[in-house]
Design a protein around this ligand. Structure first.
Ligand code: URA
Length: 264
């Protein structure tokens, strides 16, 4: 079932607000009866919808969503002239029809959704939806109580407003963490091979540009490893190796779409 205004705007009859006007003017019929309620539910294929007397036949595309365990080194983009994108990991999926839901930085790993459904993507990424996203990161140094409290209360990262409060917990501290070559390149020049480092889990409800890295940077720590482990109700789990993906079931898509949005 789909709302009449969505059905008609997806069928290119007009924008949603134009469709609402058409409804008010009595230009739309459903099963032969004038319909003035643009939120009327339509069963595509089973109900007959006409605009100005002409049948609008349109089969809405089924929502398809893949969950990819993104490796570092791939751009979250549909195409790029010089760098490999996440679509090179999904060879049978058409980047003309599918797109990544939100972004992970090129050097970030973990849960990335790829869908053909703009509404699903909007729901999960709209700043007003406040969908929680959880990351496991490795940072340089150890977090003091003051820094922990700053992250939990809402860090100022130089935007117009401070970040919303985050949930933060230190999972592990490692006095002698041996950095990989890739990790060392993400740290300031001259960083030694072995450093004091901490593994931290952080949950944020926004999706600002480089947000997690900037939140730690504002507290004088560098993130040298970042992996997203969940978005809303969806978790990465342990089944997918890095670089592997799977298609979400209809149930999982419904669960993911059921964001308890706090839209104003
Ligand atoms: N925050 C970041 O800084 N980078 C990501 O890839 C995701 C969240």
């Amino acid at each position: 079932m789909v709302r009449l205004d969505k059905y008609l705007s997806d069928a290119d009859v007009g924008t949603r607000s134009e469709v609402r006007e058409y409804c008010k003017k009595g230009l739309i019929t459903v099963d032969g009866v004038v319909c003035r309620k643009s939120d009327q539910k339509i069963e595509p294929g089973r109900m007959s919808v006409c605009f100005r007397g002409k049948t609008v036949s349109y089969e809405p595309e089924t929502t398809i969503c893949y969950l990819l365990n993104k490796p570092a080194g791939y751009l979250c983009a549909t195409t790029d002239d010089t760098q490999q994108t996440v679509f090179s990991l999904l060879p049978d999926i058409d980047p003309q029809r599918f797109f990544p839901v939100g972004r992970l930085d090129k050097d970030s790993e973990g849960l990335l959704l790829i869908t053909n459904d703009g509404a699903l993507s909007h729901k999960l990424t709209s700043p007003r939806s406040h969908v929680p996203k959880t990351y496991e990161v490795w940072i340089s140094g150890g977090l003091t109580e003051t820094e922990l409290a700053a992250l939990q209360n809402g860090t100022d990262i130089g935007d117009d407003t401070p970040c919303l409060p985050a949930k933060v917990s230190v999972l592990h501290t490692e006095p002698s963490y041996r950095l990989t070559e890739a990790e060392r390149e993400r740290l300031p020049k001259g960083t030694p091979d072995v450093i004091f480092a901490s593994q931290v889990r952080i949950t944020i409800c926004e999706g600002r540009y480089h947000q997690v890295k900037r939140m730690f940077h504002a507290n004088r720590h560098e993130v040298f490893y970042l992996k997203r482990i969940s978005i809303g109700a969806l978790s990465l789990g342990n089944d997918l190796k890095t670089g592997e993906f799977r298609r979400l079931t209809a149930e999982e898509i419904a669960k993911a779409s059921d964001v308890t949005a706090t839209e104003e």
